[in-house]
Design a protein around this ligand. Sequence first.
Ligand SMILES: Cc1ncc(COP(=O)(O)O)c(C=O)c1O
Length: 372
Amino acid sequence: MKINDFKLERYFAQHEFTAKYLFSSSDCDGFEMKYVLEQASDNEMGLWEKQTLGYTESEGHPLLRKAIMQYYNSGNLTNVVVASPGELNFITMNVLLQAGDHVVVVSPCYQSLSEVVKSLNCEISYWQPDLGSWEFDPAELETLIRSNTRLIILNFPHNPTGAYLKRQQLDEIICIAEKHNAWIFSDEMYRKLMISEMPELPPISDIYVKGISLWGTSKTFGLAGLRIGWLVAQDKAFLNKVVAFKDYLSICSSAPSEILAMIALNHPEKFIQPNLKKIKANIEVFSAFTLHHNELFTFIPPKAGSVAFVKMNIHEPALDFCNRLVEETGIMTVPGEMFHYPGKFLRVGFGRRNFPEVLEKLETYLDQTTRI
Ligand SMILES: Cc1ncc(COP(=O)(O)O)c(C=O)c1O
């Protein structure tokens, strides 16, 4: 199997731990261990202290799976498999797809959603949003369906645009999938980060028998370092195949991470609310900034999630701008090129508490430079 480099992750690898400021991260600030443990009940603290560091169950700790299933209306512990989100994406594509299958994927997208499909020699079509609104139209998705379409890959809240769907649109997509007997893999990594007043969508696994939901602790809970994610699906045969494939990768998850993830999932208000508050405040600051610099930036505020994809009116490619910015100011940003997207775009991440400070530094740079 040959797979192309993951451009976004390689770009992060180059700058994330050396740049002074991060302006494009999609995760929220990581909570401290101390904070997570302070939220634990006596029972949970007992589990944490007595946890041994042997292997754990391949499907995930039963108490973690129980904590996860509080967020789903359909299914029980046997409908969940725990692993890192990237691993679950990789396994799902390998389990579901064969060379020659056709897949429709949202675009622009987090590269692994399309790249693993391509590595399996599948045909791929990209479902793109309207440029002026980032609205995705299900009627357009339908035009992409072929007789060999096996899978539709969704990602709402959407990275990088912050787009979201109305319930009726999701139902239309399910009708299309049903008609063609296709699976839906729904990357719901940013679930519950609701910015607008739009009603929250149910996870796909609750409403479609061939629906597979992916979520994890990195974005919504501010716990990316745990490396914990999970799949929920109604189809047990599919889930059994996922667990069997996992034997060739991590086999099981990190025991301490499983307990910490369980604590967070059992106390969501202590994790999600602070993140949402920070994201909303940062969006407000950024809206004012883009209004002031409307000759340079076109900002469509995200409807959900922690990121936005901002159009830049500059002369050079976005990648050149971002490279120069990090060299001259220490501010790391992610250009649209990392999403294989044409045009000049910048992904902006709202989940960091130093966002206003970094924005000030960006503004000083823009005021001083003569090169854009
Ligand atoms: C849409 C999407 N899916 C999956 C992932 C992977 O999540 P994790 O970093 O927790 O492995 C990310 C991370 O940025 C993402 O944005």
